[in-house]
Design a protein around this ligand. Structure first.
Ligand SMILES: Cc1cc2nc3c(=O)[nH]c(=O)nc-3n(C[C@H](O)[C@H](O)[C@H](O)COP(=O)(O)OP(=O)(O)OC[C@H]3O[C@@H](n4cnc5c(N)ncnc54)[C@H](O)[C@@H]3O)c2cc1C
Length: 421
């Protein structure tokens, strides 16, 4: 898409989290002039991309809405240490999303399609991140790892059979460990875990916020612009976006990308797009002096949180809290993570631990929106990556850059279309 004078297009990207940063990097590689707009320093703690668990697992192919949600969810909601909470005052607003989520979980055909779509989006994550990180001078922020799922009972392991079948179908290379195997793999892990599954060939980042900042800094060093401003509205003329409005003025461009994570909905609602984006908020606790060794990315499968060794210490991250984007963090959720982490690693030291809440941008069907706006010929949407935005960032960036400037990567983008809702 050249500009009106036949030169490279001016692309305005709203939001410089992992999705905006990757999109900017690939657009720039393909010759576009890029402006990133973010209301905070890219990679800082207001972005989900700052404090996530840092897993770059191509085998994350199990869609979040899963069968049996209707029977499992009530049990989780009334368990103090449970992985899911809903702020009840938010329920009326959440209800349409929740219904869509439960419906997607019960639709077997959708599950298969969504899993295949996620597999294609996630497959190249490690290679793409390695190449980007090397280009921007931070190769040490990406590392290979084995991903270990641990189960506290045979029953919970048996309950995950469908997920492992799905992962196997999409090429995951894994082995099942018994109690003894677990002891050898993770000696500091509590002894009550009876089963583990170790997936080979996975990746992780040692500092997701720093990684995003490095991607953006290189875009700027290569001549891109970074504006620190909040986008408050989008101006439309006919079926084209003409400019975005910020507190500091109006910014015009040839093409626009909306990648503002969970906050994208504030702008899509203003455009009347009616997209059901909500947020699954999550929490982390990072232990700078943990007193334990964690050698894998470890998923505590019963309580659905991850332990990952990072540059800042060992990070425990997880939980889903449905409370909307604006509600303040609930420190009790981080306390629950601390309790569960200590149960997982009894020798864990929590001294100096930091805690954080972040907003996963989530669509009810478990797939992101990547592609053109149904109503605007020069606006592209890239949000809703839920639990796996770090994994999906590079391929999403390639897709959006391909749609704007070409060439397109070899992937079926139909499952990600915005007009599926
Ligand atoms: C606890 C937790 C653990 C997770 N673990 C993993 C994991 O291990 N692996 C994985 O792949 N994913 C993980 N995720 C999910 C992942 O973090 C997200 O999917 C991803 O970061 C979303 O990236 P984004 O760029 O869409 O949004 P964000 O990172 O939220 O970025 C959006 C940016 O837009 C800016 N913005 C918003 N509105 C405006 C506006 N109006 N004007 C200007 N700027 C604006 C924000 O300031 C922000 O910088 C986890 C998430 C959480 C919460």
């Amino acid at each position: 898409m050249p500009n009106t004078a036949g030169g490279p297009p001016d692309v305005i990207i709203i939001g410089a989290g992992i999705i905006g940063a990757c999109t900017a990097a690939y657009l720039q590689q393909q010759g576009a002039r890029v402006t990133l707009i973010d209301r905070q320093t890219p990679g800082d703690d207001g972005a989900a991309s700052f404090g996530n668990a840092g897993s770059l697992s191509p085998s994350s192919v199990v869609p979040t809405p899963a069968p049996g949600m209707l029977t499992k969810v009530p049990g989780w909601l009334f368990k103090e240490d449970g992985p899911l909470t809903i702020r009840w005052s938010y329920l009326p607003k959440l209800l349409p999303w929740l219904i869509g989520f439960i419906r997607a979980g019960g639709d077997v055909a959708h599950q298969r399609r969504a899993s295949a779509a996620l597999a294609a989006l996630h497959a190249p994550t490690f290679d793409f991140h390695c190449a980007l990180a090397r280009d921007v001078g931070v190769p040490e922020l990406i590392a290979p790892v084995e991903y270990l799922h641990v189960y506290g009972s045979e029953a919970s392991y048996a309950g995950a059979e469908r997920d492992w079948t799905m992962r196997r179908e999409h090429g995951a290379d894994f082995e099942v460990l018994d109690r003894g195997g677990l002891r050898e793999a993770e000696p500091d892990l509590a002894s009550h875990y009876v089963k583990g599954v170790r997936i080979r060939g996975q990746g992780r980042t040692l500092n997701p916020g720093r990684l995003v900042r490095a991607y953006v800094e290189r875009v700027v060093a290569n001549g891109g612009r970074l504006l620190r401003a909040e986008v408050t509205d989008i101006d439309v003329s006919g079926n084209r976006v003409s400019a975005v409005r910020t507190g500091d003025g109006t910014i015009e461009g040839d093409a626009f990308v909306l990648s503002a994570g969970a906050f994208s909905r504030k702008l899509t609602d203003r455009l009347g797009l009616g997209l059901p984006l909500d947020t699954e908020r999550g929490y982390h606790v990072t232990c700078p002096d943990p007193g334990i060794t964690v050698s894998h990315t470890v998923m505590e499968a019963d309580n659905k949180f991850v332990a990952n060794p990072m540059a800042m210490g060992v990070r425990f991250a997880g939980m889903v809290e449905m409370a909307g984007v604006d509600a303040p963090a609930n420190p009790r959720r981080a306390e629950v993570i601390k309790r569960l982490a200590k149960r997982m690693y009894p020798k864990l030291r929590l001294d100096g631990a930091t805690q954080w809440m972040g907003r996963r941008p989530s669509m009810p069907d478990g797939l992101p929106v990547i592609g053109p706006s149904p109503r605007h010929e020069n606006l592209w949407l890239a949000f809703g990556h839920g639990h796996t935005g770090m994994v999906a960032g590079p391929m999403t960036g390639r897709i959006v850059a391909g749609m704007i400037t070409g060439p397109m990567p070899n992937i079926d983008v139909t499952p990600f279309r915005a007009d599926r809702f």
